[in-house]
Design a protein around this ligand. Structure first.
Ligand code: 5GP
Length: 172
């Protein structure tokens, strides 16, 4: 049985880190109109906070992926269950992800998007667990490196619970 989530990264730390990321992204994409693609459902809170700090004209879309894994780990066999409504070809695409664990999910999505011929393709991740990577992942904009713990809160769930927690937490 899980215990109550414990705070790993506070809402204040998150706010400051997003301000830093947003300043960097705004500078790098100056003069462009990027398409930000979030991965549902976990990235929706991060996306909402990030875009409100960006000093850019931008568009937002979401994809929903499913992994055939069971329990807490991904199997690496990923498929798109809800695709994009926006044309990716020729766009400056920035993928917004909540958490990179083995890296298999994001690698699948980056390959999927690359085949759609965007003008550019980059990745912004709120958290990363480098000790868990099973494939090379290039994160262009990273918020926090986290230890090998099960993360919840700030949009991220365990069995649909805990998404509403304002801090990034972990459960044992
Ligand atoms: P990966 O393919 O990188 O192993 O897994 C990425 C996905 O697995 C994330 O988008 C997330 O849905 C889930 N995941 C990985 N680590 C965690 C974690 O610590 N907590 C939660 N709630 N989900 C995780």
């Amino acid at each position: 049985m899980f215990q109550q989530p414990k705070v790993l990264i506070t809402r204040d730390q998150i706010r400051r880190e997003i301000a830093r990321l947003a300043a960097e992204i705004s500078r790098d994409y100056r003069g462009k109109q990027p398409l930000l693609i979030g991965i549902l459902k976990g990235s929706f809170v991060f996306m909402a906070d990030l875009i409100r700090q960006l000093q850019l004209p931008l568009e937002v879309d979401f994809v929903k992926l499913s992994s055939y894994g069971s329990g807490m780990e991904t199997s690496g066999k990923v498929r798109v269950v809800q695709g994009l409504k926006t044309l990716v070809k020729g766009r400056d695409v920035l993928v917004v992800e909540d958490i990179i664990d083995t890296g298999l999910t994001i690698s699948f999505l980056m390959d999927y998007l690359r085949r759609k011929k965007p003008a550019s393709l980059k990745l912004c991740a709120l958290t990363d667990k480098p000790s868990r990577h099973r494939t090379a992942v290039n994160i262009d904009y990273l918020g926090f490196t986290v230890p090998d713990k099960f993360i919840v809160g700030y949009g991220i769930d365990w069995n649909e619970k805990f998404r509403h927690l304002p801090d990034i937490c972990f459960i044992d």
